[in-house]
Ligand binder design. Structure first.
Ligand code: UDP
Length: 328
């Protein structure tokens, strides 16, 4: 298939591009490189530098390529930043998706696999979360992802664009061959930040709050390996290629780990003491987010294959091999 990957130079996008090119798809990448890295994009992919909010640019990309399907990773994705600057999130995520859907309708592209988020669910007490849980985001990031899902729903009805929305839980880890991995500037995600301690880039890890309603008081998240995650995108594409209806799926592992447990696992993997300090809560954080993936298993035939130790080990191998990320 001719696949247009929006945000293909980002952390998750680049892992998708790697897999899709290995599977012999013809991959076209669009990325504004504000947070992505050109070096992380597989050389077999065709690359366009530009912003999906730029209508003239995106029109040219659609005109020059006979696109069969879009895989949409291009978005701002930080909970904390979205609380401080919600308008940036509505602009980048919602406006970008409006223009993308407009181009898909114009060029008659009828399939899209879309990065949604566990943040669409907000605060719930009963875990694991199924896809029919109420969506009530506690932060602007989750709100924009929900908005994007709603735009897809109405675009399906109006233009017949079929979508699969994948609600990611916490994505982590790096490619098993350590060629690509996570490199955010600045880094805000728990696992890469914890690993900065044994990498001697920071002295200790600060855990944001220990008075949540969880077993040890720290937030609980469900971590999924980035290669398992991108495999689900290929399965979602195949599902759409068979002419199936639009669907929403959770992607997680049904296992939650507290922030303290993540630090503990990182200590085991790296054999480093990883000192920990307690900080204030980070606004917008729900107590617990754990997914059930039964729907993806039943309909897409997808299951996660890597546990938390394998996830942290793969990230650790990547960071040891590339201590300065993609800067080298
Ligand atoms: N977290 C933390 N210290 C850090 C970074 C993150 O305690 O330096 C916590 C964060 O508050 C949340 C969890 O780790 O409870 C996962 O955060 P992350 O940003 O990795 O992912 P999110 O759940 O926001 O998608």
């Amino acid at each position: 298939m001719n696949l247009l990957v929006l945000g293909g130079a980002g952390y998750i996008g680049s892992h998708f591009v790697k897999l899709a090119t290995e599977l012999k798809h013809n991959v076209i990448v669009v990325d504004n490189l504000l947070t992505g890295h050109k070096e992380s994009v597989n050389k077999k992919a065709k690359f366009y530098k530009g912003d999906i909010r730029d209508r003239i640019f995106l029109d040219k990309v659609f005109k020059e390529n006979n696109i069969d399907a879009c895989i949409h990773f291009a978005a701002s994705s930080l909970v904390g930043e979205s609380m401080k600057n919600p308008v940036k999130y509505f602009d980048n995520n919602v406006t970008g998706t409006i223009i993308l859907l407009e181009m898909m309708a114009k060029y008659d592209v009828k399939k899209i696999v879309f990065s949604s988020s566990a943040a669409t669910y907000g605060q719930h007490d009963k875990m694991p979360i199924t896809e029919d849980y109420e969506t009530k985001p506690t932060n602007p990031y989750g709100e924009t992802k929900l908005f994007m899902e709603k735009m897809m729903k109405w675009s399906d009805l109006a233009y017949g664009i079929k979508y699969v929305s994948l609600r990611y839980f916490n994505v982590a880890g790096a490619s098993i061959d350590s060629s690509i991995g996570e490199d955010h500037r600045p880094e805000t995600h728990l696992i890469p930040i914890v690993l900065q301690v044994p990498l001697e880039k920071r002295e200790y890890i600060t855990i944001f709050g220990d008075d949540y309603k969880t077993k040890d008081g720290t937030c609980i998240r469900d971590y999924i390996h980035v290669e398992d995650l991108v495999d689900a995108h290929i399965k979602a594409l195949n599902y759409l290629a068979k002419g199936n209806n639009s669907e929403v799926f959770n992607l997680g592992t049904e296992t939650g780990y507290s922030n303290k447990e993540i630090v503990e696992t990182a200590r085991t993997v790296t054999k480093h003491p990883v000192p920990m300090k307690l900080g204030n809560r980070r606004p917008g954080d729900p107590d617990k987010l754990v997914a059930t993936y039964k729907k993806a298993e039943k309909i897409l035939g997808w299951t996660p294959t890597k546990d938390i130790k394998a996830i942290i080990s793969s990230a650790w191998n990547f960071h040891k091999k590339h201590p300065n990320g993609f800067e080298e």
